[in-house]
Write a protein of this length. Structure first.
Length: 246
C-alpha cells in the first residue's frame, strides 16, 4: 500500500509549481463552491468540510476558500453542476478513470473523448475498469518531531481509520469512504497538518509502460488534467516519480 504515500508525495511536489498550483486551486475551488451551494456551513455540511480540507492540504489561502463559498450564493445559485465519471483505456490497455464536475455534460464528454482518442486511448462502458480500483480515503499527515508513529497510530485507531503507513516525510492514514470525514475531522482537531486529504480511487495492481508507450500515456494524463471540467484522473500505470501526475 506504499503506492498511496507515493501519490501524496507527488501531490506535494506538484503544489510547489505556481502554474500547477493555480490549476489545482481552480478545480478545488469549484468543488467547494458546488458543495456549498446547498449549505454553506462546513459544520453541518460534511461534503463541504471535506472539500475545504482538500483545499487546505494544497495550501489554498483562506480568502480563496471564503470567496468560493460566497460564489455558491452568487453565480452558481442558478447553475446545475453534475459529478460525472468516465472510464476507459489508455495506451497498452492501461486503465483510466476520469472524474468531472460540469454544467454541460455534452461539452465535457466531447472534450474527454477527443483527448482520449488523440492520445491513443478510448472511452469504455461504465464499470469497464473501475472494478480493478478500490475507493478509499487517504490522509497524508506531515511528520514532525512532536508526532511519533505510535501517537498517530493511537489517533488513527481512535478515529476509526483502517491503517497507517510511515514514509520519510509523511504518515499515510487510510480510511474507508464512510469513515473518511470523521477521521479527517478527528485528526484536524488534534492539530495535525495534512499534505493531502481526499477520497481517491486506488488501483489494486499497477502496470509498467516503457519508451513511447510511457511517453504517450503521460501526454494523455497531462491533457486530461488540463481540461477545466476534469477534477481528478486515476490510472493503474506505475509512473516514474519525477513525472508522475497521480
Amino acid at each position: 500500500m506504499s503506492g498511496h504515500s507515493h501519490a501524496a508525495n507527488i501531490a506535494v511536489k506538484k503544489a510547489k509549481t505556481d502554474a500547477i498550483k493555480g490549476r489545482i486551486f481552480t478545480k478545488v475551488g469549484r468543488e467547494i463552491a458546488v458543495a456549498a451551494k446547498s449549505n454553506p456551513d462546513p459544520n453541518t455540511n460534511s461534503k463541504l468540510a471535506d472539500a475545504i480540507a482538500k483545499a487546505k492540504a494544497v495550501n489554498m489561502p483562506n480568502d480563496n476558500i471564503k470567496r468560493c463559498i460566497a460564489k455558491a450564493a452568487g453565480e452558481l445559485s442558478n447553475a446545475t453542476y453534475e459529478e460525472l465519471t468516465y472510464e476507459g483505456y489508455g495506451p497498452a490497455g492501461s486503465a483510466v478513470i476520469i472524474k468531472a464536475l460540469t454544467d454541460n455534460k455534452n461539452r465535457t464528454v466531447d472534450f474527454v473523448r477527443t483527448v482520449m482518442r488523440k492520445h491513443g486511448g478510448n472511452l469504455g462502458n461504465a464499470g469497464c475498469v473501475s472494478f480493478t480500483f478500490t475507493t478509499m480515503g487517504i490522509i497524508a499527515v506531515e511528520r514532525t518531531p512532536d508526532l511519533s508513529e505510535d501517537k498517530l497510530m493511537e489517533y488513527a485507531l481512535e478515529a476509526g481509520a483502517d491503517d497507517i503507513i510511515t514514509e520519510d516525510d509523511a504518515f499515510i492514514v487510510n480510511t474507508s469512504v464512510a469513515a473518511f470525514s470523521s477521521v479527517r475531522k478527528y485528526l484536524e482537531e488534534k492539530g495535525l497538518n495534512f499534505f493531502e486529504a481526499e477520497i481517491r480511487m486506488v488501483p489494486q495492481n499497477k502496470i509498467k509502460l516503457e519508451g513511447e508507450e510511457l511517453a504517450k500515456f503521460q501526454r494523455l494524463i497531462d491533457a486530461l488534467e488540463d481540461l477545466d471540467d476534469v477534477s481528478d484522473v486515476y490510472h493503474n500505470v506505475d509512473l516514474p516519480e519525477e513525472d508522475e501526475e497521480e
